[in-house]
Structures are given as C-alpha cells and as structure tokens.
Design a protein around this ligand. Sequence first.
Ligand code: FAD
Length: 530
Amino acid sequence: APPVEAKPYSNSTCLKTTVAILGAGVAGITAAQALANQSISDFLMLEYNEQVGGRMRHTNFGSDAAGNPYVVELGANWISGTGTPKGPENPVWTFSKQANLSSTYSNLSNLATYDETGAADYMDILDEYDEKSTAFEQAAGRILTENLQDKSQRALYSENDWKTNRNAKRKAVEWWRFDWDAAATPEESSAVFATTASNLTYYQFKDEDYFNIDQRGFNAWLKHEAAKFLQPNDRRLLFNTTVKGIEYSDSGVKISNEDGSCVEADYAICTFALGVLQEGVVEFTPALPEWKESSIATFGMGTYTKIFMQFNETFWPTDKEFFLYAHPTTRGYYPQFQSLSKEGFFPGSNILFATVIDEQSYRIEAQDDETTKAEVMEVLRQMFPDVDIPEPIAFMYPRWAENPWTYGSYSNWPAGTTLEQHQNLRANVERLYFAGEHTSAEYFGFLHGAWFEGQEAGKRIAGALGKECLNKDSGCGNYRRYEVLKGTTDRSEYNDYNGMGADPFFVAEGDSDDSTITRRSLKRAHKRRH
Ligand SMILES: Cc1cc2nc3c(=O)[nH]c(=O)nc-3n(C[C@H](O)[C@H](O)[C@H](O)COP(=O)(O)OP(=O)(O)OC[C@H]3O[C@@H](n4cnc5c(N)ncnc54)[C@H](O)[C@@H]3O)c2cc1C
C-alpha cells in the first residue's frame, strides 16, 4: 500500500489523498475497486466500524450441539435475483460463486398460513393476489410508458381490484407480498418505482433468491473482492473513524472526524446510508444546496428487523420454510416467521426468526427484549395451540433505526416523485460524490444497487482525474442534476374551471390574526415569484 503521509505541498496536518471514500460497505469497496482498476491507488477509506461490509453484518447466535455458536445475518441475507448463464447476472451472485459462498435456494412457496386460532389455510387469497399481480405490473408500466402521474401502490391496488376489506388474512397476504420486500407499506411507496425495482431485479436477473448460510458471514464475498486490491491490514483503510464534517468545493474536499483527525482529498465519495444523511450526523460546509437537501428529505428510509429465537426443540413443521400469521387487528404484527431448522439451512438448530418492518420495527426497538419476547411468544402460542411451547433459550434482535451508522435498514421510493428527483440524490455537489443503495434508481434497497452505484462513482472520478472514461453510456465527471423540479399544474390553471377560483394567497382586508400574518408573508413571497 502507498504511504499516507502528508503530501509535501501542504502544511496542514490532515492526511492527504486523491480520493477519500467515506464508508466501507458494498458501495465504498466497489468504488475503491473501480479506482484501483484504473491504477488510482492513492485513496483512503474512512469507516465507522472496525470492518468492511456495512449493512452486510453477522453475529454469533445460540449454539449447536457441540456448543459452538451459529453465525446469523443481522442485515442483508439474500442474493435477490440471481442470473442465468446467458446473463445478465446479479454481481452479488457472480462474486458469491467466486468466493464459494454457501447459500440455499429460498422457496417462497414453501409457506404455511396461520391466524390467532392456529393453522388456517388462506392460500386461496395468496393465489388471488398472484393472479392480479400481472395487472398491477401492467398498470405501473402504463404510468411509466405514457408519462402519467405516479401514485401510491395502495392506489394502484385499489384501481386494480385488490382490496384488503378490513380482512386480517388479506392484510397478511399483502404484507407478505409487498411490505416484506419494500420495508415500507403500500401507502408509503411509489407504484411505478416499486414495480421497476422488483422487475429489474427479478425479471432481468432471475426470479429466485438464495439465502446465505455461510458461516464466514455473507460479507465473505465482499471481503473476497476487497482482497483483490487491498492488502491485509491495508493502511488505506481507516477503521473506527467517525466522519463528522465534510467541507467541499470545486477544488477539493476536507473531511473532519470525531477524533479530531482530518483528511484532505481532491475528490470524495460519501456512501453513508440515506438514514445517516437524513439524521444530520454530518455537517456539510457549505450547507448542501436546496435541490440536494430536498431529495435527501423526500426519499424514505425503511426499517426491517429480524428477531432471532433458538428453542430446545423444533415445535413447528420441519419441512416448512415460511410461516405467515394474520393478527386479528394489527396489520404487520409479527406477520412472518422463518425456520432455519429446515434441511438446507441449519438443520437441528431449532432456530426460528420473525420479521417485522416499519412502525412495528420502531415500536419494538423502543421496548426491551423481554417485552418483545413475551409478545412473540404469545403469537407463537396462538399459531401452535396444541403445543406446549418452551421459552426460547436464546433471543436477540438488532435495532437498525437507532443504529448511528445507518438510522434504518434501506431506502424506499415514495409516491408522487420523479426520476429527476431521484437523480438529485445521486448527483455530486462540486467534488463531493454520493453512492450507495439509495442512489440506485434501478435497484434501490438491494446489495447489487450499492455495487453498481459504487462502481459508477469510482469510474466517474477516475474519468475526471484524466483516466479513460469507462462509463460509456452515462459519462464521467459531474452527474446530471435538476435544480428546479416543476409540478404539473401551471399557476394559470388554479382557476374556477379546476375548482380553485379564489386566489389561494388571498387575504381579506383588516384580517390580522397570527395565521393571517403567515398568509400575508406567503402572499408576499408569492408576489415576489410572479
Ligand atoms: C435488515 C436488512 C436486510 C437486508 N436484506 C437484504 C437482502 O436480503 N438482499 C439485498 O440485496 N439487500 C438487503 N439489504 C440491503 C443491503 O444490505 C444494502 O443495500 C447494502 O448493504 C448497502 O450498501 P451501501 O454500501 O450502500 O451502504 P452501507 O452498507 O451502509 O455502507 C456505508 C458505510 O458507511 C459507514 N458509515 C456510516 N456513517 C458513517 C460516519 N459518520 N463515519 C464513518 N463511516 C460511516 C457505515 O459504517 C457503513 O459501513 C438489507 C439491509 C438490512 C439492513
């Protein structure tokens, strides 16, 4: 590795580098790889944790018969959408094969359904949903191809004859088909972009998921990739480094860390999760421009929580992979359980994990483990009324929404925005670039989204540094951005014909309470603009 001493032309005590890469998750590692591939070895990676991988993170849990712990994934677990020999192939699938990663085909059809009285067969509702899903996709496709207004997935459902009708089982099926993947509800999600993300992953690559069971941890594939261009204990990797400030201009970027250290770089790539950007952990100097701040505020950060339990027996059907539970009143209340005790996973492990998202994640994150355990056990005892279910011998769940290096799990695309607004999330400000799953229009929320976006940013900067531009279609250097995002209703269309004949900024004479003052200032602002 090249030395990281200060370059001679500067008298500042900051470390100097050509490219500072902020974060060593998938996007950070692949950005560095893209630079290394173009012979740019002078980079530094600044990472909060003591390891690479980011949201691909595992931990020891429970123990096997010999007393050794199992390794389970707290974050990403599936290679979502694999690939066919003729391609294109999901890069995560390609690299997993290269790293000899052990993974098992995850059979989403291997499902048993339950309600508060025990086993309850409502697979017919699932069939009904699946029969209608082509219509959902076509309706979203029409919005995109005919440039119609986007809408929420909920509205798209309603228009296409899918309603939950206050029925708990229909809600459970909908959760299983939509919320589980999106880590967000149909109300919170864009019809168009929920559909494109799913199509591009599952139809473009292949409609199958593989679940990591490798006891090195899922991030073994990323470490394997990193080892191709980073040395063991590479001095360019600065672990346990928390970035607090980013100062950017058209000539460089200065990064200030919590421990008082700093780095000066010609360019920087910030790969921090959208949740971190939204939380205001990092102070940007100057403040980010309005078009950038607005895009950070607009997109959603979902939360997805796996609750791991190990028992002293497998009291659930050993041949099933998934268990769907319909809570009678609360949609999304411990709706899904997954068995790791099944053949192909960790047979005989007696490990089961539940998944909750969004509001239910926030709720359980705010309570202690014992309260959550009591709730899950009550649900399991409803699902299996004929079994005397023992208390778990091990119990654990991560708290992603409170986690200071993510503040959530992965991003979500809300209804009623545009591709241009998302492009603003990607776009660089001066010499500060952005990459990560959230900057991927095609595969947001997925590992491969982070991988493609890291590569893109790395290649763009390599091109800006005078290397050959390898981004043949999208270009190098600055990203395109949209400083003004217009609505679809022109000012002149606020008229009687459209039901708004009164001037929305009209203020009656002599009306002078506080709200009028607010309205007056709105009126003044409005006058200035027109
Ligand atoms: C619970 C869960 C389940 C998931 N399941 C799947 C799945 O099955 N399949 C799939 O494809 N994807 C899944 N994902 C999504 C996938 O994990 C992400 O898309 C991907 O890992 C994001 O990579 P990234 O490089 O964009 O961000 P990150 O992995 O978040 O990398 C950013 C890095 O920046 C660091 N950082 C943050 N703040 C600071 C700071 N202030 N200073 C210094 N460093 C900082 C972080 O420590 C982190 O290492 C899941 C995610 C979660 C959380």
